[in-house]
Design a protein around this ligand. Structure first.
Ligand code: WT7
Length: 631
């Protein structure tokens, strides 16, 4: 277990990790529980790509999260669960209780036909049973695929079908703020087009009426009844897949990012401990949803591997009011708090009166993740929440990286607002120019790549390894390409400037423009559409759609498009603005010039740049006119 305590130590560990990566990572791997030690620390090439960490090793990640803690901290709280509704009683779950529940549910999975290697889809609210189900999958060796419960039936069935899930775990419904979402009926609709699913396990949460299909659907509580709390964890190889998590890219179809067992485990714990400078009795709270990678790595795996006590929150930051986060921080004496810039901005906009009633004096470290944080939000977070006393860790990473790669270590790395600062030891980022040449030295900008493997990196995209190679390893030979633009300042500090591909970052969630266009294009009477991001005060980026249609009823039609996107993808992809236009700016070869649309969407008409290569330059003027009339 490596815990870095000073800047000097950071520098020496960093140096050591670059000079001898295998020795560095081997040292960290030693502190985990292995059924059998590895034969080889690292085997890799970025051409296929083929990356193997700790190959030949055998383990089960849940024995590292749970079993090994029982003797020392069995009665320690693993999770304080905080329900959506303030009047509902919370729950606390100790490591021993969590272990027993996971063992029981592992037996339930086995009884329902789940074997090592099967794919299990989880579509659930933020309740402890979601953690139990995730860990039970890992314990029996099934590959979990958690789908965020805000995705539509169609998105869910696409994800189920892509990896041929055998089982779905869901709930009757979910509470989110003032809303109740009927999860089971969404699952029912999605399963009309999924033939691989044989069983559905349904947790009772909202007591919403759920129709149960005989022979397919069973209740969680019935299954858990009279089930043994003893379970022998499956033996997994280091490189066996642990989970799939779908994420959007530049093309229409989301890709299933696959993570492996040992490397992911080691990195989740190592990064959690060092970035947040976690100490044995700290109360940690990551406000993400488990439907995203942040929840996987820093609600479930990282904290449990470290034996930490975490908060798990079912609700939303503004319900019943914008003081909810701070109420929970005070009530549970939270020390380490990790959230997203979009939440910070949303709460900032509500005003200081929601903070005033709270002390917030237990906070030691604040974290942010998901998108570049703007200067104003950074200072508000620092001054009003941290009271100027809590280091802010601006953590840069991605679904594909499995854990935080570039971030300050709390209290150790000198901070610069809006900078993710420096790579963790073991991480070798680099900047490249458009020709793929590495840009050396400081005070430079380029595309962010990583030139050496790290344990929790993506192994493949499920069912389509070529896509993984294409997207991440073919742009710059021998390097993993992140899709982000980045600056390295005169001190060697990294500042992420945002995506350089056709991906929009809405409230910290990645949405591919092609995916939204595909959804819009399924609306009746749409002829063509183009989607770009534009600056949004709360979401960071909003979704702007330019649509050509044959409809004449413009007002209702815009609502129809919005409803269609919600139906096809889910509410998170609903365009913020839709402009009905007669044409789109295209090159002579028919390619849409998004650069121009991005300028129009952000209202920057004067800096349009060169439009001479357009097929019909007049179309730009037309779109600007429509935009100005609509404003
Ligand atoms: C993209 C990854 C990693 C969990 C949440 C998002 C952007 C993420 C930061 C940050 C600037 C950031 C990048 C990245 N991003 N964190 N601290 N500063 N940008 O995971 O959906 O896989 O998205 O989010 O653009 O590529 P994701």
């Amino acid at each position: 277990m490596l815990k870095i305590n000073s800047l000097e130590q950071y520098q020496s560990e960093y140096k050591r990790s670059v000079e001898n990566p295998e020795l560095f990572w081997e040292g960290i791997a030693e502190s985990f529980e292995w059924k059998k030690k590895w034969d080889k620390v690292l085997d890799w090439n970025f051409d296929e790509p083929n990356v193997k960490w700790f190959d030949g090793g055998q383990l089960n990640i849940t024995e590292n999260c749970l079993d090994r803690h029982l003797d020392s901290i069995g009665d320690k709280v693993a999770f304080h669960w905080v329900p959506n509704d303030v009047s509902e009683k919370g729950r606390k779950i100790s490591y021993r209780e969590l272990h027993a529940e996971v063992c029981k549910f592992s037996n339930v999975l086995t009884r329902n036909g789940i074997k090592k290697g099967d794919r299990v889809c989880l579509y659930m609210p933020m309740v402890p049973e979601l953690v139990i189900a995730v860990l039970a999958c890992a314990r029996v060796g099934a590959i979990h695929s958690v789908v965020f419960a805000g995705f539509s039936a169609q998105s869910l069935s696409d994800r189920i079908n892509d990896c041929n899930c055998n089982l779905v775990i869901t709930a009757d419904g979910a509470f989110r703020g003032a809303k109740t979402i009927d999860l089971k009926s969404i699952v029912d609709e999605s399963l009309l087009t999924c033939t691989s699913v044989k069983k559905v396990i349904v947790l009772e949460r909202t007591k919403t009426e759920a129709s149960m299909l005989a022979g397919r659907d069973v209740w969680w509580h019935d299954e858990m009844l009279n089930t043994s709390p003893n379970h022998q964890a499956e033996t997994m190889n280091s490189e066996d897949s642990l989970f799939i998590l779908y994420t959007s890219g530049s093309t229409g179809k989301p890709k299933g990012v696959v993570h492996s067992t040992a490397g992911y485990m080691i990195y989740a714990e190592y990064s959690f401990r060092n970035v947040f400078q976690y100490q044995a009795d700290d109360i940690f709270w990551c406000t993400a949803d488990i439907g995203w990678i942040t929840g996987h790595s820093y609600i479930i795996y990282g904290p449990l591997l470290a034996g930490a006590t975490s908060i798990m929150f079912e609700g939303v930051p503004t319900y019943p009011d914008a003081g909810r986060f701070w109420d929970i921080v005070d009530k549970y004496q939270v020390n380490l708090f990790y959230t997203a810039p979009t939440a910070i901005r949303a709460l900032q906009a509500k005003g200081l009166e929601y903070i005033k009633p709270y002390k917030l004096d237990t906070l030691k470290v604040l974290g942010t993740v998901g998108e570049p944080i703007n200067e104003e939000a950074w200072h508000w977070y620092n001054d009003e929440i941290g009271k100027g006393k809590c280091p802010i860790v601006d953590t840069w990473w991605q679904t594909e990286t499995g854990g935080i790669l570039i971030s300050p270590l709390a209290g150790i790395t000198p901070l610069k607002p809006t900078y993710a600062t420096l790579p963790l030891p073991g991480i070798q980022p680099c900047l490249v120019d458009s020709e793929g040449n590495e840009i050396l030295g400081n005070d430079v900008s380029g595309n962010l790549c990583v030139k050496y493997p790290w344990p929790s990196m993506i192994r493949t995209t499920y069912g389509d390894h070529e896509r993984c190679r294409q997207v991440y390893f073919s742009t710059y030979k021998g390097k993993y390409f992140t899709g982000d633009g980045c600056k390295r300042d005169e001190d060697g500090y990294y500042r992420i400037t945002g995506r350089v591909d056709d991906v929009i970052n809405v409230s910290g969630h990645r949405i591919g423009t092609a995916e939204v266009e595909d959804a819009i294009n399924t609306t009746d009477k749409v002829i063509e559409s183009a989607v770009v991001g534009f600056p949004h005060p709360i979401k960071g980026q909003g979704i702007f759609a330019f649509v050509i249609s044959s409809s004449s009823d413009n007002e209702n039609y815009i609502e129809e498009i919005r409803a269609q996107v919600t139906k096809v993808i889910g509410p998170i992809a609903k365009p913020d603005r839709i402009l009905l236009v007669d044409g789109l700016p295209k090159t002579r070869s028919g390619k849409i010039m998004r650069r121009i649309l991005r300028k129009i969407a952000s209202g920057e008409f004067s800096k349009m740049g060169d439009t001479s290569t357009l097929l019909d330059p007049a179309v730009v003027e037309h779109i600007c006119d429509v935009y100005s009339q609509e404003k």
